[in-house]
Ligand binder design. Structure first.
Ligand code: TXA
Ligand code: MG
Length: 346
């Protein structure tokens, strides 16, 4: 299959709408990461997404709407907490898990009785949904297991030959996937941290928002999880990553003691030249928004540079940084070295 890579404009968006109405799939930008979209009611179209990504069949997709009217048939209920979160954060990078509506095809929900729904703020994503005339099921536009793409070049690298059209809408502003919050339980619970934080949601809801344990801990193979995506190795470059906790001086000394062949560092801005091996930076220390924006393209760049072993400066674990930490933990397959304090690791 030939894959067109077109600048997102009126003509290419109209063409995307035609393809989607015909049961085809299209890659499009959102404010978080690029997605691969299909008509959420069309099981055959949605099956093409799973095939293009090599995605496990039991991992459900998020449904994207471009107006609150589009919730009709997508969700079976839209309770007051969902209404409050929607008023505060939609359009934007927040996905809510709610009881599934009757219009959705089974493939979208991967057999669950719930659905993730999100109203993206990106004007191109909204225009594509309107052009298709139907809510769109869309996962991130990477091959399953790879870092999510935050620009059209990275989408094309993974998807060339696998779908008919990639719309180029430039770099994604957020750079990490949406916050996923479940509203099925007694208390709201974050299943995947993102740009919208626990603290922001608590302020809007006036109640506690829980954080699922699997966000910062490895899931056992036999463990029952709240979100199928928690089970899978994710966001991983080809290189082996290790997250290193501790200050910069300790980090530099630690890396200096390693054999240097194809070893790289992923560090904070301004640290590159002080390290004994080649390094890329992914944002300023403590600047969660910048780190989120740059992390996934930096992971892909490390592969392009031939890195085999990468030591990573560990971000903070709160606010937007929790999302960055969560993605890095998975990219590193939970390999963490803690050099802080007077512990044995020192
Ligand atoms: O920012 C985003 O959310 C991007 C853009 C394209 O919108 N999409 C995205 O989709 O990241 P995906 O498929 O890569 O991640 C969706 C996550 C998965 O971890 C999946 O398991 C979880 O959301 N999920 C989807 N539906 C769910 C449900 N009904 N219950 C629990 N988890 C669900
Ligand atoms: Mg994904």
């Amino acid at each position: 299959m030939e894959t067109l890579l077109l600048k997102a404009d009126e003509n290419s968006i109209r063409y995307a709408g035609e393809l989607l109405r015909r049961g085809e799939i299209v890659a499009m930008p959102t404010e978080t990461v690029y997605g691969i979209a299909a008509d959420c009611t069309d099981g055959n179209a949605v099956a093409k997404i799973f095939a293009a990504k090599g995605r496990p069949q039991d991992n459900p997709l998020i449904v994207h709407i471009a107006s609150l009217d589009m919730l009709e048939g997508v969700v079976a209920a839209f309770p007051p907490p969902a209404q409050k979160l929607a008023a505060a954060f939609w359009p934007g990078p927040l996905t809510m898990i709610l009881p599934r509506g009757e219009r959705l095809c089974d493939a979208t929900c991967a057999g669950l009785s719930s659905v993730g729904v999100r109203f993206p703020s990106h004007p191109v994503a909204q225009a594509v949904i309107r052009a298709a005339g139907v809510p769109l099921s869309a996962p991130s536009a990477n091959l399953s297991g790879k870092p999510s793409p935050t620009n059209a070049r990275d989408v094309f690298a993974d998807m060339n030959g696998r779908l008919p059209l990639v719309l180029d809408g430039g770099d994604c502003t957020a750079g990490v996937e949406s916050t996923v919050v479940s509203l099925l339980g007694e208390k709201p619970q974050i299943l995947r941290p993102g740009y919208v934080t626990k603290e922001q949601m608590e302020r809007v809801l006036g109640t506690e928002v829980l954080i699922a344990a699997a966000i910062t801990h490895a899931v056992r193979a036999d463990e029952k999880v709240l979100s199928p995506g928690m089970k899978y190795k994710h966001y991983a470059p080809d290189a082996d990553l290790t997250l290193v906790k501790g200050d910069f001086a300790t980090f530099r000394k630690y890396v200096g003691g390693m054999p240097a062949k194809n070893v790289w560092c992923l560090c904070f801005d301004g640290e590159e030249d002080a390290l004994p091996v080649p390094a890329l930076s992914y944002g300023g220390e403590g600047d969660g928004a910048a780190q989120a924006h740059r992390l996934f393209s930096a992971l892909r760049e490390l592969d392009r540079r031939g890195a085999k072993t990468v030591y990573v400066r560990c971000p903070a674990e709160d606010g937007v940084s929790l999302a960055v930490y969560n993605r890095l933990l998975r990219a590193a397959a939970f390999r963490v070295v803690d050099l802080r304090g007077d512990g044995e690791n020192r």
